[in-house]
Design a protein around this ligand. Structure first.
Ligand code: ADP
Ligand code: MG
Length: 298
């Protein structure tokens, strides 16, 4: 028997390096009106590197102690920023100490107890709380400087007090700009960026990729809200993401696509399709395959 067009399209998508989970999904991929892309790990390569470690005066830590502390707290996390911190500590031969009470909050960061002291690593704006004081003014200045340079700034606190800031940078995927352009022409709508990262680093990366519509500083539930808003009036949105923080938006969207190589298990399970070969350009390719199959079905 000849294979039904949607099943051949699934096989074809597989050859392109995309795992499409069902015939229904194969059909839906071609119906998408606009695409929302995540930043870290989706538009970027997802192998960020620590470029700066600045300990704050009064923290009692030097740069190496700061990095070792952050790496210990980040060790259990699967977030790309966490892996960058652990790698940086390892490369410098720093000790990674066991931690207790590890908690990871998607879009915010991690908390753990290390040798009896509470350590937090995460988004500066979300970890800096309470009345502004000299330490937080100092943090804001360092964070501003790093973000101006297109880096993601991560704050490290020790027993609730700012201890230092890490600067982390990630490269745009080589096929990001080309993918953004093909998706724009295929769907007739310019793709947009949804990210939990800061507006400055996000805007800079988006400009390189050719994306004008940037929504930054989003928590996982904000990504869902953005998708629902975009889908009002019957528009069908595809979300492409990799993180635990993207899972709710992947589920809420008309079509959810996860980056497979470094994607979190939750994103891979939640998504309708998984990019197995680590190339963003496979996304417009499967949209086209879906449309071709649809022509054969009708
Ligand atoms: P994106 O939407 O770009 O993939 P996330 O929502 O995963 O980004 O993260 C948003 C922000 O939350 C990061 O830029 C960082 O400041 C902070 N963050 C989240 N998880 C971690 C972590 N494990 N370590 C450090 N910072 C984190
Ligand atoms: Mg991500």
């Amino acid at each position: 028997a000849t294979m039904p067009p949607l099943l051949s399209a699934i096989a074809n998508a597989g050859r392109h390096g995309v795992l499409v989970k069902s015939a229904v999904v194969m059909e839906r991929l071609g119906q998408v009106d606009a695409v929302a892309l995540d930043k870290t790990g989706t538009l970027t390569e997802g192998t960020p590197r620590v470029s700066d470690a600045r300990s704050l005066p009064g923290s009692g830590l030097d740069e190496e102690a700061l990095l070792a502390l952050a790496a210990s707290a980040e060790y259990p996390s699967e977030h790309p920023l966490a892996r960058a911190v652990v790698t940086a500590a390892r490369e410098r031969g720093l000790p990674i100490r066991p931690v207790e009470d590890f908690v990871s909050t998607p879009g915010v960061g991690v908390t753990a107890t290390c040798e009896g002291r509470l350590v937090e690593v995460g988004a500066p704006l979300r970890l800096l709380r309470g009345a502004p004081d000299a330490a937080s003014a100092r943090v804001t200045a360092v964070v501003g400087e790093l973000e101006e340079g297109g880096r993601t700034a991560v704050l490290v606190t020790l027993d609730g007090a700012p201890a230092g800031v890490l600067g982390i940078s990630d490269r745009l995927r080589p096929d990001a700009a080309e993918t953004v352009a093909s998706l724009a022409s295929l769907t007739g709508t310019a793709p947009l960026l949804l990210t939990g990262d800061n507006p400055r680093a996000a805007a800079r990366l988006a400009a390189e990729a050719g994306i004008a519509d940037v929504r930054a500083g989003l928590l996982p539930e904000d990504k869902v809200r953005a998708v629902r808003e975009l889908e009002r009036g019957g528009r069908r949105i595809m979300v492409v993401g990799d993180g635990v923080n993207d899972a709710p938006a992947l589920a809420a969207a008309h079509t959810g696509v996860a980056m497979g190589r470094a994607g979190s298990d939750l994103a891979l399970e939640t998504a309708d399709a998984v990019i197995v070969r680590d190339e963003l350009a496979t996304v417009p390719a499967v949209v086209s395959l879906s449309r071709q199959a649809h022509k054969l079905v009708v």
